[in-house]
Design a protein around this ligand. Structure first.
Ligand code: AHR
Length: 328
């Protein structure tokens, strides 16, 4: 066995994205033989829904990756409901698929269905979010370290404001590992700065509409916009909705209220290039290649790392126009 960087076969990706993937994903896998790479797999994919631009890209990327490999991908959109995901996983188990990709909407409540998959000897790969279950119940998690993302956003903000800032926070979907851990990482970092305070925090459900609505209420809160130094949004879509709310209220994003968020969707690069957002942390949506490779490796009896980290860099306005041109 030897260490191998997972090389996703996404021919339609630009050179930039392929390079980013190669530097982002690394997992201990055996070198797969030609016949294993050509395996004809049937995979079930239980997706959360389509709440954000990032998730829509992830779905498209995983479908394209499966198609380029000739796999039979069974796809199910859970419409944000855990019960729908559990039903989908049970149906994939009943169909005897070769592997299951699960993007868990919330962190808790998965033990039973994961035990059922394990009993059926079907490997489950957690995609982009984590669960609070015993790691022996799934093959691997292919996801970013959300705490690091939150801490990176906070450290950028601390540097930008010299550690003095009243922050409003738009949290992601309640109970999701992405929201829980991004908040934890951010809170932990700002606890080093006595004059950085989160003055309001509420979920905008990772949607643009949710971000706009909650930001409108933040702006009407005590002290109004004058009391707010920065917005930390757990994803770009909520930040984009909040930017709209600011503009409609006659407030200038960036100049009046700093904006930092996570995902790196094309629209946030456009907003940064237009002077309406300050920073984003990229979350790579191309997770299908490493997920499929992990299933292939497990079929060969190889050890697969429990967590394949997919953290991305922080981007600032100076490169935003060029980044937008690469992604739109
Ligand atoms: O789990 C990843 C998060 O889920 C993304 O940051 C957000 O946009 C998505 O909906």
């Amino acid at each position: 066995m030897q260490a191998l960087s997972i090389r996703p076969s996404l021919p339609w990706l630009g050179a930039f994205k392929r390079k980013a993937m190669l530097t982002t994903f690394s997992v201990l896998l055996p070198v797969l033989s030609g016949s294993a790479m050509a395996a004809d797999l049937t995979i079930g994919f239980s997706q959360i829904g389509s709440e954000s631009g990032w998730r829509t890209s992830e779905t498209a990327s995983i479908k394209a990756e499966a198609e380029s490999r000739g796999y039979n991908l069974k796809f199910s959109d859970a419409q944000q409901k855990q019960e729908n995901q559990i039903k989908a996983v049970r149906s994939y188990i009943a169909q005897g698929v070769d592997g299951i990709l699960l993007a868990p909407v919330v962190e808790t409540g998965w033990d039973q269905v994961l035990k059922e998959a394990k009993r059926a000897q079907i490997p489950v790969v957690l995609i982009d979010r984590g669960v609070a279950a015993d790691p022996s119940l799934y093959l691997t998690k292919i996801a970013s370290d959300f705490k690091e993302e939150g801490a990176l956003a906070a450290s950028w903000l601390a540097a930008k404001t010299n550690g003095r800032c009243n922050i409003v926070e738009l949290q992601g979907s309640v109970g999701s590992s992405a929201a829980i851990d991004r908040k934890a990482g951010f809170d932990s970092l700002i606890s080093n700065f006595p004059n950085m305070t989160i003055i309001r925090s509420q979920s905008g459900s990772f949607t643009r509409a949710g971000g706009k609505e909650v930001m409108e209420s933040f702006l009407k809160g005590e002290g109004g916009a004058k009391n707010i130094c920065a917005l930390f949004a757990h994803n770009d879509d909520m930040a984009l909705g909040a930017i709209l709310a600011m503009k409609e209220a006659g407030i200038k994003p960036v100049k009046d209220i700093l904006v930092v968020s996570i995902d790196g969707v094309p629209d946030i690069f456009k907003a940064m290039a237009d002077g309406e957002a300050n920073a984003t942390i990229e979350l790579n949506p191309h997770l299908g290649g490493p997920a499929f490779d992990a299933i292939l490796a497990s079929q060969k009896g190889a050890k697969v790392d429990k967590w394949v980290k997919a953290n991305g860099p922080l981007y600032l306005p100076d490169t935003a126009a060029a980044e937008y041109a690469k992604r739109k």
